[in-house]
Design a protein around this ligand. Structure first.
Ligand code: SF4
Length: 267
């Protein structure tokens, strides 16, 4: 097990009330339905895989809920869809009012995987962590809990977090989380990736200043799975890829081809 802060485990990561009103009714989700379907399947599968495990995380514990949570534009669109459906004008205004990040992560999960698989040293990332509370946190609880991104769903710990020691996460879950983040980024190819509020702000306002702090998503170059964890992780990935998604399989829609019990490739 690793004893790292959750943000590191993930890497790797009201302008005014009235101005928000036209945004609420003008902005419809641009996400292709099959992408939303695959994201829902991922969330359901992940919850099922971890359902029999014991974690110390409890409602009201928000140690992981900082402004260094990263996500794809696909996950951000899912959040915005539900915020709009629930007429949460206050949350739209809050996103708009939050300043863009200063020190931002620049290497997406798939880009990092590509460096590693090509046996190249990834460039140094000099971004700092922003441990300010997440903008969706209120009284210790998440205001978008049902629609939170995958990073938030993957925040788990088998021991209580403390000031001295962050979350304790079994290594195979860290590997699984990385693989799932890679799949989500692959599905959202040609999308955007970065800190949660920045991606949300871009989708709301198409602000080029925000775009400059985001990174382009990349397709899956291969998974980062240590040899001793393949037997545990591959059956889960296989389970995901073989799941029915409408008239097709997850693998067919995501264009991830299963060639051999231990080999996956994108097509
Ligand atoms: S979106 Fe919700 S679960 Fe995720 S960091 Fe923010 S408050 Fe926490």
């Amino acid at each position: 097990m690793y004893g790292l802060a959750p943000e590191k485990l993930l890497l790797l990561v009201y302008r005014n009330f009235y101005l928000a009103i036209p945004i609420l009714f003008m902005s419809a989700s641009m996400v292709e339905p099959w992408k939303s379907l695959l994201l829902e399947i991922i969330y359901e599968k992940y919850q099922a895989w971890l359902s029999g495990l014991s974690f110390t995380c409890t409602k009201g514990c928000s140690a992981c809920c900082t402004q260094s949570v990263t996500l794809t534009s696909l996950e951000a669109e899912a959040i915005l869809t539900h915020i709009r459906q629930e007429d949460r004008i206050d949350l739209l205004a809050l996103i708009e009012q939050t300043p863009a990040s200063q020190n931002v992560p620049s290497i997406t999960t798939n880009r990092l995987a590509r460096y590693c698989l090509d046996q190249h040293e990834p460039p140094d990332e000099n971004h700092g962590w922003n441990f300010a509370p997440c903008i969706f946190l209120a009284k210790g609880c998440c205001r978008i809990y049902e629609f939170r991104p995958f990073s938030c769903r993957s925040f788990v710990s088998v021991a209580p977090c403390s000031q001295d020691e962050g979350a304790r996460v079994p290594s195979w879950i860290i590997t699984l989380n990385t693989a799932i983040m890679q799949v989500i980024e692959h599905i959202d190819e040609n999308g955007e990736w970065g800190n949660m509020t920045d991606v949300l702000k871009l989708l709301i306002s198409a602000d080029d200043n925000v775009r400059s702090v985001l990174s382009d998503t990349e397709r899956l170059p291969g998974f980062l799975i240590p040899p001793d964890e393949k037997r545990r992780i591959f059956p889960l990935i296989e389970d995901l890829l073989e799941t029915r998604a409408g008239d097709a399989t997850f693998a067919a829609l995501a264009r991830i081809e299963f060639n051999h019990p231990m080999t996956y490739e994108t097509i």
